[in-house]
Design a protein around this ligand. Structure first.
Ligand SMILES: [Zn+2]
Length: 508
């Protein structure tokens, strides 16, 4: 077919024409301080994407486009391949897929091999890439969501769609090894490097989008709209598509915090925006600045027992939590159960902006690194807000899950059930950090977390680095005891877990 031939010949030229984001294009998505960081971190991967949302039978059918990635080898060694993650191909996504075509490296057709059950694509580089040298990898892609997705991610229905992991993302790396862990039925699948993206996204008529980063919308001749999205320092760029929401805004230290809910949910929307703004302010002051100019909190169906989901600059809250909080009077504190759930999940997801987005980690192989810390941080926000027993409720979660006392440091696949995973990593994990805080006092404990953030900001860190830092900051005896009992679960007793949740003064 001549047309096809012509298209195939033209494709490399079209891909090369895709713009990579410049600092000036990324600036609107950053605070003033964030723009300074951008100038200092020029070597992070840069990604240009053009894509369009396609409809069929009244719902989103797929998201198709092409991307151009410029990747600079951070070293220390030379590299002979580059890893892109195709996470929606994982079995937990229940039939969703991410297909690629026309793969090229520096404008030439490239060979590749698939690993990790179709979720990791290793692209061969024509020659070893020296530390500090850059390569460009381009491809076309098509992301097809399924009815449920995984925890509501990569799903589509007549009520809207949520796209997460929707384009080939540059994999994270620890100690020179690509992170290629296979997504599991429960837990997150995130393990990317931090990258800068600029996306041109065409939406059909009648569909609105809330996105990570900062988006500017312009009308298209067909009645649809074209979004130009700037997304610096991103781990995953999430797109939530819906016929329409209402939003409520707050401003915190140069960042606009925006909650997006349906027309019946103004009261829970107020609670969400205030919990997000309050937790953002507190976490930034304690752990390190939030560099982005926006934080969106948006309601969408997640299901599978997930209350919320984090992504860079955007968190999703499951619709069931929002509906449950409709009848709690707006001025009431977080002491009633629906209000507590909505605020604690919102604060938890906002805490992930530090423990997942700023400090990246391998959520499949070492989920305790971000989730235990995130669950403590969300509970700490509620404590600071005056909730009488936030850790008591975490203890209750631990008891309900069957009081599992085994090791926290293991991959998702090594937990027998979702309840065991939740009980050990989320509930006991939060209480582990609370026990450490009670032992060493607020100053030393918060100093530890701030240093964890500072040392690994915009990088990927592993559990060994976290254990090492605890030893450096709090001394070998404290670190050894914490690691043995709380991380490895050796000799830990129910009495110790209960004691961690109790009130009473901390060591000064
Ligand atoms: Zn989490």
């Amino acid at each position: 077919m001549p047309t096809c031939r012509l298209l195939c010949l033209l494709l490399p030229a079209l891909l090369a024409a895709l713009e990579l984001p410049t600092d000036a294009q990324l600036d609107p998505a950053l605070t003033i301080a964030g723009r300074g960081e951008l100038r200092a971190l020029a070597g992070l991967p840069r990604l240009g994407i053009e894509a369009r949302v396609e409809m069929a039978d009244g719902q989103v059918r797929r998201l198709a486009g092409h991307q151009r990635l410029r990747w600079t080898n951070p070293g220390p060694g030379a590299r002979s391949d580059l890893c892109l993650r195709l996470i929606p191909n994982g079995e937990p996504f229940k039939g969703a897929s991410l297909a690629i075509a026309n793969l090229s490296v520096d404008g030439q057709p490239a060979s590749s091999r698939m690993e990790s059950a179709g979720t990791a694509l290793l692209v061969d580089l024509p020659r070893p890439l020296a530390p500090g040298a850059a390569v460009e990898v381009a491809c076309a892609f098509t992301c097809t969501p399924s009815a449920q997705g995984h925890h509501g991610l990569c799903r589509s229905s007549t009520a809207g769609a949520t796209f997460y992991y929707w384009h080939p993302e540059p994999a994270g790396m620890v100690d020179g090894r690509w992170i290629t862990a296979i997504p599991q039925d429960y837990g997150d699948a995130s393990a990317t490097t931090s990258f800068h993206a600029q996306v041109q996204l065409d939406l059909p008529p009648g569909l609105a989008a809330v996105t990570g980063g900062s988006a500017v919308s312009a009308p298209l001749p067909d009645g649809g709209s074209r979004l130009t999205i700037a997304a610096p320092f991103t781990r995953n760029l999430c797109l939530v598509l819906d016929p329409g929401w209402q939003h409520q805004d707050r401003t915190v230290d140069g960042t606009t915090v925006r909650a997006w809910v349906g027309p019946d949910d103004a009261a829970p929307g107020t609670r969400m925006v205030e919990a997000a703004a309050g937790s953002l302010q507190r976490f930034a002051a304690a752990f390190g600045s939030y560099p982005w100019s926006e934080l969106d909190v948006v309601v969408a169906p997640l299901g599978d027992g997930a209350g919320g989901m984090e992504s860079t600059g955007l968190v999703v809250i499951d619709g069931s939590l929002v509906r449950m909080a409709r009848y709690v009077p707006p001025g009431d504190g977080p002491d009633t159960f629906p209000a507590f759930m909505l605020e604690s999940v919102t604060a938890h997801e906002v805490a992930h902006e530090w423990w997942y987005s700023l400090v990246g980690s391998d959520a499949v192989s070492e989920p305790w690194v971000d989730e235990s810390l995130t669950n403590w941080t969300g509970s700490w926000y509620l404590e600071q807000r005056g909730t009488p027993t936030p850790y008591g409720l975490v203890l209750m979660e631990f008891m309900i899950s069957g009081r599992p006392l085994g090791a926290m440091d293991r991959p998702l696949a090594a937990f027998r059930t979702q309840e065991e995973y939740g009980g050990i990593v989320y509930a006991r994990g939060a209480l582990a950090w609370q026990a450490l805080r009670r032992e060493v006092g607020d100053q030393a404990f918060l100093g530890l977390l701030a240093e964890w953030q500072r040392r690994h900001r915009h990088q990927v860190a592993d559990g060994t680095a976290l254990r090492t830092l605890i030893g450096e900051r709090l001394g070998p005896a404290v670190a050894e005891r914490f690691a043995t009992r709380w991380i490895d679960g050796t000799g830990l007793t129910m009495a110790e877990v209960s004691k961690a949740a109790a009130g009473g003064p901390l060591r000064p």
